[in-house]
Design a protein around this ligand. Structure first.
Ligand code: SF4
Length: 312
């Protein structure tokens, strides 16, 4: 793998800078596609339709948190780790990638250090980088990367369902056994799964399983979430009937999104998650006024898919 990975591009999007320059070369125009559903955006709509609007339609900038950027950093390090020959995939090799990947992020987004820290000399910065090392240490307790040869990393999955609904998302890692059995692996760098988080994670994994079923004609044997904060994992074995039911669920969510998109009626759903919402000041549930509804987008640039990664 090389150059700016989807994860690095996603930071640019979420930090609010223009999407296209980061996703393409200078002067190039990002390719554009018709709007698609991703696990994150479906989750946004289920949580709060107005949050969906702010993120997917208004594309309001959001400042990433330190935890999100650490997630991006660790995902990128794990992706690059598998570029090395198997025998070299040791913990020290992973730790050795952390600072160079951070330097790349900073080079792409010089404002990141100023936004998240009090400049490059902030005494919290080395401690924060060490917290990324700690997540990688946990990873090595969960898996031995010397024994794995992923079929794909940071895989963009995009497929159209029979109904015409376009699904789009990124799979952290895809393992394919000699028998043809497929395993989807997702790294989580936040807290361990609990209640709502677990439901959200399973939704995301079913989404990928359905997309892969569409694309490859096989039901993934296993969906595996690795929680690097505490070394817990969640394994799920889907079956086709369940994934077909899930397909109907996604279509129902998309219909609801399109109806709201036509009318512009995206209702706020005030709740516990508002505490983490970047758009509270514009939210009528908190006394704010949203910007004028810009209308349903005819198309979106493909870098939007990369943006989803941060929110997962
Ligand atoms: S503050 Fe709460 S209700 Fe308002 S948009 Fe954000 S998540 Fe939705």
């Amino acid at each position: 793998m090389s150059g700016a990975s989807p994860t690095l591009r996603s930071v640019t999007d979420s930090a609010g800078a223009a999407t296209s320059p980061a996703a393409t070369g200078p002067g190039e125009v990002a390719p554009r596609r018709r709007p698609a559903l991703s696990p994150s955006r479906a989750g946004d709509f289920k949580q709060c339709p107005l949050l969906y609007r702010f993120r997917a339609i208004d594309r309001l900038p959001e400042l990433p948190s330190r935890a999100q950027i650490r997630g991006t950093l660790v995902h990128t390090v794990l992706e690059r780790l598998y570029d090395l020959p198997a025998a070299q995939r040791a913990p020290e090799a992973a730790r050795g990638l952390v600072r160079p990947v951070w330097a790349e992020l900073c080079a792409e987004l010089p404002e990141l250090v100023e936004q998240l820290f009090e400049g490059p000399d902030d005494p919290e910065l080395p401690r924060w980088l060490e917290s990324a090392d700690a997540l990688l240490e946990v990873y090595f307790r969960m898996e031995d990367p010397r024994r794995l040869e992923p079929a794909a990393r940071e895989l963009l999955v995009e497929t159209e369902l029979a109904s015409g609904l376009l699904l789009r998302g990124y799979v952290d890692r895809l393992d394919v056994a000699a028998t043809g059995q497929v395993r989807v692996v997702d790294y989580k760098t936040g807290a361990a799964p609990r209640e709502v988080a677990e439901v959200k994670a399973l939704f995301q994994m079913k989404f990928y399983a359905l997309a892969l079923l569409q694309l490859r004609g096989v039901v993934p044997t296993q969906l595996r979430l690795l929680y690097l904060a505490d070394g817990e994992s969640l394994t799920y074995e889907p079956d086709e009937a369940e994934l077909r039911r899930f397909e109907r669920t996604l279509e129902a969510i998309w219909r609801a999104i399109r109806e709201a998109g036509e009318s512009g009626d995206f209702r706020p759903n005030r709740g516990r998650m508002c505490e983490w919402c970047s758009h509270k000041a514009l939210c009528p549930a908190w006394g704010g006024t949203p910007p004028a509804y810009p209308g349903w987008p005819a198309e979106e640039d493909v870098a939007t898919a990369a943006l989803e990664h941060l929110a997962q």
